[in-house]
Design a protein. Structure first.
Ligand code: ADP
Ligand code: ASP
Ligand code: MG
Length: 407
């Protein structure tokens, strides 16, 4: 069972979650619960670091950020003690979560869960601080924002859990962010692939890495509410019997920026050189588009995380001596809207309908990027909400029937 930050924000909420955990234990299950930092704690810790230093050392950042979840799980253990249960809290390191050495975005390499197993065997409820581990060189690491989801999925896989439940402040995964589209509908069932595209496209209800982990290890997820007793969304492997939604949901993100390098020579090696420079600076490039060339030169556009924009521009600037280009422009006012659906593969015309809908709203498309089960457009950030609502309406996602693929 994993509980997000808003679910443990204050003392009453911690007691509420403790009752939830106790209930599961009393029904005869062994329980491992992963908890996030309370409320906005992680944001506040990030702000505290920035107040001290412009470029905080990543190792020390992890020492700092990992404390948020440590507080939550110790408090949760106390709340469970008061309910008469044996409970023990563990840091990521104590829980045996071994990661690589990439501070602030570490990847889990292995979990040595013997200590957790021993505590479970002794009848305790086990509480694990989410979002953290210990690196191969024995430093505390964190797993990137939203990383408690990944902790939960990885522990579920390592302990061969019957179920991995992600408790949050919404009742499941919806056809769009319910905070933007009030008519969004809760999806009862999604495949790992669909959720992967939703998460990669900005639906922050599950961290991308956690969904990758679930898919790779065949972990079934149940996303549900911390506050309400109702079935949420099951995310599972695709089976042939499953009906495939043409469009299952709409995701959006507003934390990226666009860079265009114009007038580069259209010859082998140019894209490689630019992407290598960005990769060497640790920048994850998302959408990449190269124009048709004219007179032997072309333009290359790409999107990068907004936080990395200055770093990316710096890296491209460094190339100026060795790479011929006419100019670089940046746009930090973009947003992305994505349609996701496993049934898209076999249904032509979805892109056309998407573009028609945006055109009717007068929304200009700056870039287009697709996979077999996703169509993403880059638009002006201020138009995201309008685009999400128009598309939700055009594809009739509020109605249950729209989910059935009439192929
Ligand atoms: P937690 O703190 O529990 O990890 P998050 O804030 O990380 O919670 O994720 C839950 C939030 O994700 C919701 O409050 C909601 O606004 C947002 N969200 C974005 N897209 C979706 C979606 N398609 N379905 C449900 N929630 C979504
Ligand atoms: N507390 C961390 C964050 O805010 C991890 C998490 O909540 O999953 O990103
Ligand atoms: Mg989260």
């Amino acid at each position: 069972m994993k509980f997000g930050g808003t679910s443990v924000a204050d003392a009453d909420k911690i007691r509420n979650v403790a009752r939830r955990i106790a209930g599961a234990r009393e029904s005869g299950d062994n329980v491992v619960a992963v908890v996030s930092a309370r409320g906005k704690t992680t944001d506040q810790l990030v702000a505290a670091a920035r107040e001290i230093s412009e470029r905080p050392d990543p190792r020390e950042m992890d020492m700092l950020l990992s404390t948020g979840e440590r507080i939550s799980c110790a408090l949760m253990a106390m709340a469970l003690h008061d309910l008469g249960h044996g409970a023990e809290s563990f840091t990521g390191s104590q829980a045996g979560i071994l990661t690589d050495t990439a501070h602030t975005r570490a990847k889990i390499l292995d979990i040595k869960a013997d200590r957790l197993r021993a505590a479970l065997d002794a009848g305790s409820i086990v509480l694990v601080a989410g979002f953290q581990g210990v690196s191969t060189d024995r430093n505390v690491t964190t797993l990137g924002r939203g990383g408690s989801d990944t902790t939960a999925v990885a522990l579920a896989a390592a302990l061969d859990a019957d179920v991995c439940e992600i408790y949050t402040d919404v009742t499941g995964v919806f056809t769009a962010d319910p905070r933007i589209e009030p008519g969004a509908r809760k999806l009862p069932l999604l495949t790992h692939e669909e959720m992967l595209e939703m998460a990669a496209s900005g639906s922050r209800v599950l961290a991308l890495r956690s969904v990758e982990f679930a898919r790779n290890h065949g972990v079934e997820l149940h996303v549900r509410s911390s506050f309400r007793e109702e079935e949420g969304t099951i995310i599972t492997q695709e089976t042939t019997a499953m009906e495939k939604a043409i469009v299952s949901g709409i995701a959006h993100r507003s934390d990226e920026a666009k860079i265009t390098v114009s007038g580069v020579r259209d010859q082998p090696g140019v894209a490689a050189e630019i992407m290598t420079a960005l990769a060497d600076s640790g920048i994850n490039v998302d959408t990449i588009i190269q124009n048709v060339s004219a007179d032997g030169v072309t333009d290359l556009s790409m999107t990068v995380p907004l936080d990395d924009l200055q770093g990316a521009l710096g890296a491209i600037d460094q190339l100026a001596g060795q790479l011929d280009y006419q100019g670089v422009s940046a746009d930090d006012q973009i947003g992305k809207v994505t349609l996701v659906g496993a049934g898209m593969k076999s249904n032509p015309g979805i892109a056309a309908k998407m573009f028609r809908t945006l055109a009717a709203e007068g929304i200009n498309i700056q870039m287009i990027d697709t996979s077999t089960i996703r169509i993403t457009v880059v638009i002006d950030r201020r138009e995201i909400e309008r685009a999400v609502r128009a598309l939700h309406d055009a594809f009739d996602l509020a109605s249950e029937a729209a989910r059935r693929a009439d192929v």
